[in-house]
Design a protein around this ligand. Structure first.
Ligand SMILES: [Zn+2]
Length: 439
């Protein structure tokens, strides 16, 4: 049988498509239509088995509740925190009994709707075999009606971005000519976005940017699979919130690695600040920063990213101006909560929010210093023993006091450097490392 060239091409494309589908993790939904429960007092429990996925690094889980008047579950102050209605979950592995109950509040980045409530995204151990959710109202303002629960599970296998492959790791400097360079970042392809470099929104919307909005993800603070976490937020925002793409423009992990978020390139309008997204860029430091700060590498990357955008758009990082979608005078570097109604969300976490004044002055100082990540000034506040310390610099050590020793410096991913310091610095000492080999 003669196979036409067209058929050959079609078969190859079909094969490639089937490969892509085989690798594409699926959001698995277990759907419970339940007898409608209505009233001021609701007490619901539902258990389900977690779909097996032997390759999973973790199980990303969120609950969708459908019904009527569900906006009452988002009472003031409860968006992203726990209100008078408790939605909780617990989990177990096949080898263990049920763990303790955890709060599962409405997502801090999902819309308030009378018909649908999307919980926060939580990350469960890969061995989790079953999940139970319960909804217990205690004095909501009026009747609510719940008639459907959807348990959503997403289990990406480990995605390791190849930092040497330009398809996976694009040097921001290549976009160049700016006062401060865009730091290197992991592209959408690099974190395994099912749509790759193509925008998931058709067509993507664009905006001029005057305000830079800082978020936390309210998720896990550590992971061995950050690319998989980014992919899980893409899934959560598209299949949970119903958005066309991941909401954030940029994401930063605890190692200080930067990830491209919403597709479409610079100035694409994201979805991240209570529908007040016009004139903003949204960046998310992954983790929960209510009582702890992000890691130093993450804060360093935050500074570099904000400095790039500030210089590119002529934004004064320490000033404020009127932001018409929010109808408030908003700091140019603001937290998510600053652009929403009071109590709407705790994002970007109490401690990171309190740290924003320092972030603003850090960005200003970084710009005024010529955007150099080659110099490090730090005050040592505790015994600084020999060992590997991670900094954003590389090169020779130039101490400004009596420090002597050697530094074994490793350049990592364009932003991080490991200095294996062969000396000890006493508390209160200040040292400066001038570094070569960085841009
Ligand atoms: Zn936020």
């Amino acid at each position: 049988m003669k196979v036409s060239r067209f058929t050959q091409v079609a078969l190859v494309l079909l094969f490639m498509a089937s490969l892509a589908n085989a690798q594409r993790p699926q959001n698995q939904v277990i759907d419970f239509a339940i007898a409608p429960q209505q009233g001021a007092s609701i007490n619901l429990n539902q258990q389900c088995q977690v779909p097996p996925n032997s390759e999973a690094e973790f199980v990303a889980f969120f609950l969708v509740v459908e019904g009527n008047d569900l906006d009452q579950l988002h009472s003031p102050g409860s968006h992203g925190t726990v209100g008078p209605t408790a939605i909780q979950y617990r989990s177990k592995s096949s080898q263990s009994s049920w763990g303790r109950w955890f709060d599962l509040p409405p997502g801090s980045h999902s819309e308030v709707s009378p018909f649908k409530l999307v919980s926060e995204l939580v990350f469960l151990d890969r061995k989790t075999s079953a999940v139970e959710c319960r909804i217990q109202t205690s004095n909501p303002p009026g009747n609510i009606n719940v008639n459907r629960l959807l348990f959503n599970f997403f289990s990406p296998k480990a995605v390791v971005p190849n930092l040497n492959n330009p398809n996976h790791f694009e040097s921001g400097g290549a976009r160049g000519g700016l006062n401060c360079p865009l730091p290197p970042y992991v592209t959408r392809t690099g974190w395994g976005c099912p749509d790759g470099q193509s925008p998931s929104c058709n067509p993507p919307a664009y905006t001029t940017v005057s305000h830079l909005i800082v978020h936390h993800s309210a998720g896990a603070n550590s992971s061995s699979n950050w690319a998989g976490i980014v992919l899980s937020y893409w899934n959560y925002h598209t299949n949970g919130n119903g958005w066309c793409d991941i909401g954030y423009n940029w994401l930063i992990d605890a190692n200080g690695l930067l990830y491209e978020g919403r597709g479409g390139g610079d100035n694409v309008r994201g979805a991240h600040m209570c529908a007040h997204n016009t004139y903003t860029m949204g960046l998310c430091v992954m983790g929960t920063y209510m009582t702890v700060l992000p890691t130093n590498p993450a804060l360093d990357m935050l500074t570099q990213l904000l400095a790039w955008k500030s210089t590119k758009e002529g934004i004064n990082p320490v000033a404020s101006s009127w932001h018409s979608p929010s109808a408030v005078t908003l700091p140019h570097i603001a937290g998510h909560r600053d652009g929403c109604s009071p109590g709407y969300t705790s994002c970007p976490g109490n401690l990171l929010h309190a740290h924003l004044p320092t972030v603003r002055t850090d960005v200003e100082a970084f710009i005024n210093g010529g955007c150099s990540s080659c110099a490090l000034n730090t005050t040592v506040t505790s015994n600084f023993n020999s060992g590997v310390h991670t900094y954003k610099a590389s090169g020779t050590l130039d101490a400004n006091n009596d420090i002597s020793g050697t530094a074994d410096v490793t350049y990592q991913g364009g932003t991080l450097v490991k200095m294996n310091m062969g000396f000890k610095v006493l508390p209160g000492a200040t040292f400066k490392a001038n570094l070569s080999g960085c841009n």
